[in-house]
Design a protein around this ligand. Structure first.
Ligand code: IPE
Ligand code: IPE
Ligand code: MG
Length: 245
């Protein structure tokens, strides 16, 4: 049973997940089922995303991270990669107006050096433009891979040890966290993946340690605000123990 706008009160707004992670999967299959090119699926996926961010922001969720392009997605045909990059550029440009108007803070997480100069410049502009907003923080995971993120953290900490800024015995999990892209943000407590796949695909391996996982067969372009509310409702009805009893 899914909730519509009327009974959105079924969600306890005082116990929202603090940080939602979303693996937006199934754009290609959505397009194929319609006899359309994969690019049409990605375009429909970008539209679905806007509505989900608006809904999460309106509910009062503080952080959302959406997986837009993984470090492994470069393996796709060049034509598809180029299309995804142009879509992301458009998304960042438009987000500067539309989502900023909704008070959303937009950040990109992932390795930037492999991205085009144009996208890197736009990321800086969009981040700058939205940084003083007070609504939801939206991390767009773009050329993101959790192994790259953790490896990078290890490298930076080793650098600090080498320069005498810290010593090996002082390394804590908090210190590792401070070298991740999500520094200063709470752990992901609800992880959503669409399209029926039940795997992490190198998404936020550190941050999802105690996340509740929520899977749906819905393909990403068909994922609606009511499905987000259902995921939050289910999250609130799970028993979380964090290793205790
Ligand atoms: C998710 O949809 C979007 C990206 C990975 C960029 P897919 O493109 O993976 O769609 P499927 O899994 O092939 O259906
Ligand atoms: C994960 O989806 C990456 C994004 C959603 C951006 P994929 O479609 O790339 O993952 P696999 O290949 O099915 O694991
Ligand atoms: Mg996929």
């Amino acid at each position: 049973m899914f909730f519509n706008k009327k009974n959105k009160n079924e969600i306890d707004l005082t116990r929202l997940p603090q940080h939602i992670g979303v693996i937006m999967d199934g754009n290609g299959r959505w397009a194929r089922r319609r006899g359309l090119p994969r690019s049409a699926g990605h375009s429909a996926g970008a539209d679905a995303l806007k509505k989900i961010i608006t809904e999460a922001n309106n509910l009062g969720v503080k952080y959302i991270t959406v997986y837009a392009f993984s470090t492994e997605n470069w393996k796709r045909p060049k034509e598809e990669v180029d299309y995804l990059m142009s879509l992301l550029l458009d998304y960042l440009r438009n987000a500067e107006k539309t989502l900023a108007g909704e008070n959303v803070v937009i950040r990109a997480i992932g390795s930037r050096k492999e991205l085009s100069q144009e996208i890197r410049d736009q990321i800086i502009k969009t981040e700058e433009f939205t940084k003083n907003n007070t609504g939801i923080v939206m991390n767009i995971a773009l050329n993101y891979g959790a192994r790259e993120e953790i490896t990078n953290a290890v490298r930076e900490i080793c650098e600090d040890v080498k320069n005498g800024k810290t010593d090996i015995d002082s390394i804590t999990d908090k210190m590792v966290e401070n070298h991740l892209y999500t520094k200063g943000q709470p752990d992901v407590d609800l992880l959503i993946r669409t399209s029926g796949e039940q795997r992490l695909s190198n998404f936020m391996l550190w941050q999802v340690s105690y996340a509740e996982m929520w899977f749906t067969n819905k393909l990403w372009p068909d994922f609606k605000p009511k499905h987000l509310r259902q995921a939050i409702y289910d999250f609130q009805n799970r028993g979380r123990r964090f290793g205790g009893v």
